[in-house]
Design a protein. Structure first.
Length: 166
């Protein structure tokens, strides 16, 4: 890979070290941004994720796990923004889903017959754990209770970044 790419660790950009085709000229920025925000590079009819190439070019070894973009910007491939982590830790750096009505990651509402209640969920050793708030505290207190329980589990498990749930 070193013969094909130059990596600028400060900007996170990869540049072609050799000309491999009409679009891949020496010194030109390598790759393009996909719809999901990741930078992808085609070399010898194979696609490579730019963040994995950046990791390899920095540490001279392919990552063992997933590469997490700490700040959440999938196109920011500066080495200081990348970490090699298991999937479970990578997911702890996720933002809340657009359809989340609780406003917090890992807390959702379940409607059952004439009742509704809030559920706090998290993964522990690849197993989904859930805590159900079935008490009759009232809607707002029940939600806050579930959010507090989920935060307590976050502290116990560790590995969460500051942007988790933003």
């Amino acid at each position: 890979m070193r013969e094909y790419f130059n990596y600028d660790a400060k900007t996170g950009l990869l540049y072609w070290a050799v000309s491999t085709g009409p679009r891949a000229k020496v010194g030109a920025q390598a790759g393009h941004k996909r719809k999901d925000g990741y930078i992808i590079i085609k070399l010898n009819n194979k696609y490579y994720m730019a963040h994995r190439l950046a990791w390899f070019l920095t540490y001279n070894d392919w990552p063992e796990n997933e590469i997490d973009h700490i700040n959440g910007d999938r196109s920011d491939n500066r080495v200081e923004n990348l970490r090699d982590v298991p999937k479970s830790l990578n997911q702890r750096n996720s933002i809340r889903r657009r359809d989340n009505i609780s406003g917090k990651v890992g807390v959702h509402k379940i409607m059952h017959k004439n009742a509704s209640y809030w559920v706090a969920s998290w993964f522990d050793n690849k197993v989904c754990q859930k805590w159900f708030n079935i008490n009759k505290l009232g809607e707002e207190k029940a939600l806050l209770s579930a959010v507090d329980y989920r935060k307590e589990k976050q502290r116990e498990l560790g590995g969460f970044t500051e942007r988790h749930g933003a």
